[in-house]
Design a protein. Structure first.
Length: 141
């Protein structure tokens, strides 16, 4: 069933983000901190809670957009959603070019974005209505 697959995709996307943060911050000891805004502003540390919340919000927003597209554009929802998702991923990486963080933080944050997308985009694409990427066995799940 598509709903079960999508729920698993959301859980997987959040899980991979949490796992990557856990490896980078507590295990490897890197402090994820960004600065910006007014001078002498304290760096903003990125903890596990914001990582999980943003990954969950992105996953649910992606699901909602796909559901809307399936109603409005049933024949092309999968294609439009996939193009949109890749575009959103690319736009989400743009702030990593701004000053205010070290190279390791840029790499880790970029990896978080790509990891979530790597789980979410294929799962949602395969679950799209009328998708040629689903099989008879997938429909039984």
């Amino acid at each position: 069933m598509n709903r079960v697959r999508r729920i698993r995709g959301v859980i997987g996307a959040v899980g991979v983000a949490a796992a990557l943060w856990t490896v980078a911050v507590p295990l490897l000891g890197h402090r994820l901190a960004v600065t910006g805004g007014p001078p002498r502003r304290e760096p903003l540390e990125i903890g596990l809670a914001p990582v999980v919340i943003v990954a969950l919000a992105a996953a649910l927003a992606g699901w909602a957009l796909l559901a809307l597209l399936e109603r409005l554009l049933p024949r092309s929802a999968r294609l439009v959603w996939t193009i949109t998702a890749v575009g959103v991923l690319l736009v989400s990486l743009a702030p990593l070019l701004a000053p205010g963080m070290d190279a390791a933080t840029r790499i880790i944050l970029g990896a978080l974005h790509v990891a979530v997308a790597t789980v979410l985009i294929p799962v949602m694409t395969r679950s799209a209505a009328g998708s040629a990427l689903t099989t008879v066995a997938d429909d039984d799940r």
